[in-house]
Design a protein around this ligand. Structure first.
Ligand code: IVH
Length: 675
């Protein structure tokens, strides 16, 4: 018989507390990791862990078999590992009406410089699910990843293997040796309702999309297995086999066991495409799963390749969204938000309302003209609409339903730093010009600095930035890299503790290795968003060379894709000595990775190229894209730094100047033969 140990009163108390903590922590941990539904804040969770660890340290012999330390921090807290997609997972541009679709087709024809070309498009529903990337090597499913940030996703291979209509092995001999199959994971509406009926109120999902996402991101794959997830393919990423048309590709994919949408059709006629859109819109409620629009994709894969991408959207595909859902609600107040560049945006705080499965409690008002034009006032009852991921919009005030307040008066001073607001040149946006001192702007820039597309520091978001700022742990972005100076203070902060602190330090450490384009984006320079940062990263291979060139406006002016507003903003930013010091401080903490050059074999790699005259075989836009794809830099004015001038018909002064400067000139024909 086991000898019963006599416990002192304080030990008895500790044991009871440990038991209660283990039950609570298990519940919260499961809510977060198993059900994707956190029920307490991370801080509160860490606090419980801290309490538990202190007791275990004091009374090591009382540690329970069910101690959170048996799983927290190891198996369960390890979220999913990461997977690099072989080709980025992009997103689709949207069309909201017939005209947008017509413009989309026109743009393609213009780019291809062929107004008469007959274009064939696939038509398929846009499923409102979770996109997934399945990699097969020699016919075997080797990994499955969520989209993540488009470049890196989460490894959900084991969960995906539980989905019945995803084959794990393909034996057909025409199956490519390496292929990324992409598609949508979703739950049918009836399965979503059934699932929710079995969950407690707190655990219920708000729509089938969230339910599908929550069901995939399960560390316990038995939970995923119990949910009847389905898969529909809508394309491929990398593929070790050439296909000329989407039709043939989809056809082969069906034979391999990957079903594209059963509503898939092909059409060359705008009228038919529009009818397809309206037919499916009508049928929408009868379809077993949620769809939010129609995707049109160019059938010809050669043309797809020529067209390429603008930013993150392919030029050859578009999502024509169904009209959005609308609802009425009340504006409780109109608040002001100050962006990182000082722009003041009014925001309507709404009485929460459920629109198409999503609870909406804020809507942007864009600017004060919008408030004026629509005569929006606090307490008004307004009609709002939500379309997909788009921020909810206020359509109109219902004067009938509203008890009207006084007309809204726009502010004269910054609500945070009190400096006078100035209207932008465009006459619409009001801006606080106290860029360097306005607390709101500084904090917004810090939040931008750590955000996903910038330094991507996990565990450092709006809340933490505000907390550290208020405690004076950080003043500038570079201080983030020296946050360990405040180790003791941070550990003692409410809800922190060693575990959270160590995680944060690890994440900061990870963020230090950063691509140059993300570094540039993180600086938060006005007008320098993702696309401009990418353009700049192509021209400058170090932060120092960017600083040097930005001091000389001429060099910036010669970069294709940078407009005068952007150039002015960059050079003003770099003209400020404090900014340069700060950039250098940040850079000295990081390992800034140069843009990967994939084009070393091309003779145009790293060469500066100018186009002039009228091209016959392709549009100027396509020619530029081709040159960029080959690693070239495109300039607009000739200088001694120009390497090639490519000329079409009626080339004028540029051609003469190039000859004068002894720069290599290539006729359109010669250039075509070289590419
Ligand atoms: S094609 C290059 N087709 O919508 C883009 N996407 O913004 C390739 N989606 O995350 C995507 N149904 O997961 C495509 N029939 C369909 C789709 C579809 C849903 C999702 C997709 C992507 C998002 C595009």
């Amino acid at each position: 018989m086991k000898k019963k140990i006599q416990l002192s009163n304080s030990e008895k108390k500790a044991l009871n507390e440990l038991k209660s903590l283990s039950i609570q922590i298990k519940k919260y941990n499961d809510a977060y990791h198993k059900y994707d539904k956190p029920i307490i804040s991370d801080h509160k969770f860490d606090e419980l862990i801290k309490k538990n660890n202190e007791l275990e340290k004091k009374f090591p012999y009382l540690r329970l078999k069910t101690s959170p330390n048996e799983y927290v921090g190891s198996k369960v807290l390890n979220k999913f590992s990461k997977i690099n997609h072989k080709l980025p997972m992009l997103s689709l541009g949207n069309a909201f009406n017939e005209n947008d679709l017509i413009e989309f087709i026109k743009r393609i024809k213009k780019f291809l410089k062929n107004e008469k070309i007959i274009l064939e498009f696939s038509c398929e529903p846009k499923i409102d699910g979770l996109s997934i990337n399945l990699t097969y090597k020699e016919g075997v499913l080797i990994s499955a990843a969520t989209r993540g940030d488009g470049l890196i996703g989460e490894n959900v291979t084991e969960n995906i293997k539980t989905i019945k209509n995803i084959p794990q092995k393909i034996n057909t001999n025409n199956f490519p040796s390496l292929i990324e199959i992409r598609g949508e994971i979703f739950l049918e509406k009836k399965d979503f309702i059934l699932l929710n009926s079995k969950l407690d109120d707190k655990e219920k999902f708000s729509n089938p999309r969230n339910a599908a996402a929550g069901s995939i991101r399960q560390l316990d794959i038995n939970i995923t297995k119990a949910r009847p997830l389905k898969f529909v393919t809508h394309g491929v990423g990398f593929i070790s086999k050439e296909y000329l048309s989407l039709k043939k590709l989809y056809n082969d994919m069906s034979l391999w066991g990957f079903a594209p949408s059963k509503y898939l059709k092909f059409s060359t006629k705008l009228k038919e495409m529009l009818r397809y859109h309206s037919d499916l819109n009508l049928k929408r409620s009868l379809i077993n799963y949620d769809i939010d629009g129609i995707v049109f994709k160019l059938n010809d894969i050669e043309l797809q390749k020529r067209l390429g991408f603008v930013g993150k959207n392919p030029r050859w595909a578009i999502a024509y969204k169904f009209e959005s859902v609308k609802a009425f609600t009340k504006i409780n107040s109109i608040d002001l938000q100050i962006g990182r560049t000082g722009a003041i945006t009014p925001v309507a705080r709404l009485e929460p309302v459920n629109i198409g499965g999503v609870v909406v409690s804020n809507a942007t008002l864009h600017n004060f003209d919008e408030i004026n034009n629509k005569d929006i006032r606090e307490n008004d009852i307004v009609e709002i609409q939500r379309a997909g991921d788009v921020i909810p919009q206020i359509l109109r005030v219902s004067k009938k339903l509203s008890k009207r307040n006084k007309a809204y008066k726009h502010p004269v001073n910054c609500p945070i730093c009190d400096s006078i607001l100035i209207k932008d040149e465009d006459g619409v946006i009001y801006r606080c010009l106290n860029y360097y001192k306005c607390k709101a702007q500084i904090i917004e820039r810090l939040i931008h600095f750590v955000s996903k597309k910038a330094f991507n520091i996990d565990g450092m978001g709006e809340q933490q930035i505000k907390l550290f700022w208020n405690r004076k742990f950080i003043k500038n972005a570079s201080d983030i890299f020296n946050i360990d100076k405040f180790k003791n203070e941070i550990i003692e902060l409410e809800g922190w503790g060693k575990l959270s602190y160590n995680n944060l330090i690890n994440n900061i450490e990870k963020s230090k290795s950063i691509n140059i384009e993300k570094f540039i984006y993180a600086l938060g320079i006005r007008f320098v968003g993702e696309t401009t940062s990418q353009i700049l990263s192509k021209y400058f291979d170090s932060i120092e060379s960017l600083i040097k060139s930005a001091k000389n406006i001429k060099e910036l002016e010669d970069i294709d894709g940078l407009g005068p507003k952007v150039i002015k903003s960059i050079s003003e930013f770099i003209d400020n000595k404090d900014n340069i010091d700060e950039i250098r401080k940040i850079a000295s903490n990081c390992q800034v990775i140069k843009r990967k050059e994939k084009f070393t074999k091309s003779i145009f790699n790293n060469k500066t190229v100018i186009f002039t005259g009228k091209l016959n075989e392709m549009s100027r836009e396509e020619a530029k894209k081709r040159a960029l794809d080959l690693g070239a830099k495109i300039a607009s004015s000739i200088s001694k730094n120009t390497d090639y001038l490519i000329y079409g018909e009626n080339a004028g002064s540029k051609l003469n100047k190039a000859k004068e400067l002894k720069i290599s000139t290539l006729s359109e024909k010669k250039w075509l033969s070289m590419i």
